[in-house]
Write a protein of this length. Structure first.
Length: 145
C-alpha cells in the first residue's frame, strides 16, 4: 500500500468522491489549477499564458506526487511546460477502499494478538499459583515448614 501525506490523502478523497459522482477528473484538476489557482491572460497576438496564484505550486506538486505513486494518470505533451492529468488509475479509484480493508485487517490482527497475550498471562498466573501451592503443600507435609 502506498503511503500518502495528509495533502495527498485529502486530494485522493476529493478526486475519488468526484469520480463516484460522475465528474471528469481531468477536467476537475484542470479547472482547479488553471482557473481557480491561476489567472489566464491573452496578449495582443493571441498567446495564452497563466499567472500562478498562491497555492498553485503546492497543488501541482500534490497532483504530480499522486501521479508518480501511480494513483493518477498524467502526460506531458512535447514542447509543453505543464503536465496534463487524465484521471484516476485503478489503484487510485480503489485506494480508499483498499486502505480501509487493510486498516480493518490490522485492527483485527492486533485484537487477536492482544487476546492471546491476555490468555498467556492468565495461564501463567494460574500455573504459577498452582505450582507455588503444590510446592508449599509438599514442603509442609514433608518437612513441616
Amino acid at each position: 500500500m502506498v503511503e500518502l501525506t495528509n495533502e495527498e490523502m485529502a486530494a485522493i478523497k476529493e478526486l475519488t468522491s468526484a469520480y463516484k459522482s460522475g465528474k471528469d477528473i481531468g477536467e476537475l484538476i484542470s479547472q482547479r489549477l488553471y482557473e481557480e489557482l491561476s489567472t489566464k491572460t491573452v496578449d495582443d497576438i493571441g498567446n495564452v499564458s497563466h499567472e500562478k496564484r498562491p497555492g498553485f505550486d503546492e497543488q501541482m506538486s500534490v497532483y504530480e506526487s499522486l501521479s508518480e505513486k501511480g494513483l493518477l494518470s498524467s502526460y506531458q505533451l512535447p514542447m509543453s511546460f505543464h503536465r496534463t492529468f487524465d484521471g484516476l488509475t485503478s489503484l487510485g479509484r480503489c485506494y480508499l477502499e483498499d486502505r480501509e480493508a487493510e486498516l480493518a485487517a490490522r485492527k483485527k490482527e492486533l485484537r487477536s494478538d492482544r487476546i492471546h497475550d491476555y490468555k498467556v498471562a492468565c495461564f501463567s498466573f494460574v500455573g504459577g499459583a498452582a505450582a507455588g501451592g503444590i510446592v508449599s503443600y509438599v514442603m509442609h507435609v514433608q518437612f513441616g515448614f
